[in-house]
Ligand binder design. Structure first.
Ligand SMILES: Nc1ncnc2c1ncn2[C@@H]1O[C@H](COP(=O)(O)OP(=O)(O)O)[C@@H](O)[C@H]1O
Ligand SMILES: [Mg+2]
Length: 214
């Protein structure tokens, strides 16, 4: 089943970032988008994850045109089906890590899974305040928070940027297992080519074009 299609997307801020960018994401599939800093990867991810309206082109989620969705339907999809991990994480700072996860669990009617906390190596620090955690621990808490929602599509912007190689590999295997067991899909933005080539499809954003290279 097709989870996401983007057709001929274009966007510009002060100058044109890209045009004619298209991609397709199916169940159990992972897509990587690579490109130099400033090429527009985060912008493209914001567009396909419905956070930003493209200048041109269309995004379909589960076959529904995002620009034609009612506000209510879009809210519902964002809350229940889309999981977004930003480059910088937005945890509630006054709360513990666990309280942050519980908010996500309540909003999406799910449970916080001990197994996930163990896999992400945050079981031990889960009752500490967010501000007492290292950058890498905070990043893994924000990943746990997103996965707790059980989304159908994951959008990941440099999700392992703050992590050492071994932890990054473990986090990526959590994502890969998640998409195959949950019939989900993921779009990963990264500058790490080795990581990118572990995905089913690889696109490079270069010279304002999105080129499929794998
Ligand atoms: N909201 C914005 N307003 C104006 N310019 C922006 C905005 N967001 C990004 N840009 C510019 O667009 C370009 C691409 O940014 P970005 O998508 O973050 O690239 P990447 O993620 O590949 O590093 C950069 O030059 C950035 O300064
Ligand atoms: Mg970026």
């Amino acid at each position: 089943m097709n989870l996401l299609s983007a057709n001929n997307l274009s966007h510009k801020f002060d100058y044109e970032l890209f045009s004619n960018a298209s991609l397709e994401l199916d169940e159990k599939e992972s897509i990587a988008i690579i490109g130099t800093s400033g090429s527009g990867k985060s912008t493209l991810l914001h567009i396909v994850s419905t956070l930003l309206k493209p200048f041109g082109g269309e995004v379909f989620i589960f076959g529904e045109n995002v620009s034609k969705m009612s506000k209510k339907r879009l809210m519902e999809i964002k809350r229940e089906e889309l999981g977004i991990v930003f480059q910088s994480h937005y945890l509630f700072k006054g709360f513990s890590a666990m309280e942050n996860l519980e908010v996500a669990a309540i909003l999406s009617n799910q449970k916080v899974e001990d197994e996930l906390l163990k896999r992400l190596d945050i079981a031990e620090c889960i009752h500490q305040k967010v501000t007492q955690l290292s950058g890498g621990q905070q990043q893994r808490v924000s990943i746990a928070r997103v996965l707790t929602k059980k989304p159908r599509i994951l959008f990941l912007d440099e999700p392992t940027g703050n992590l050492d190689k071994a932890t990054a590999n473990e986090v990526m295997s959590v994502f890969f297992e998640y998409i195959s067991t949950m019939n989900a899909g993921m779009v990963l933005v990264t500058h790490d080519e080795e990581l990118a080539f572990k995905c089913h499809k690889v696109y490079r954003l270069v010279n304002k074009e999105l080129l499929r290279i794998v």
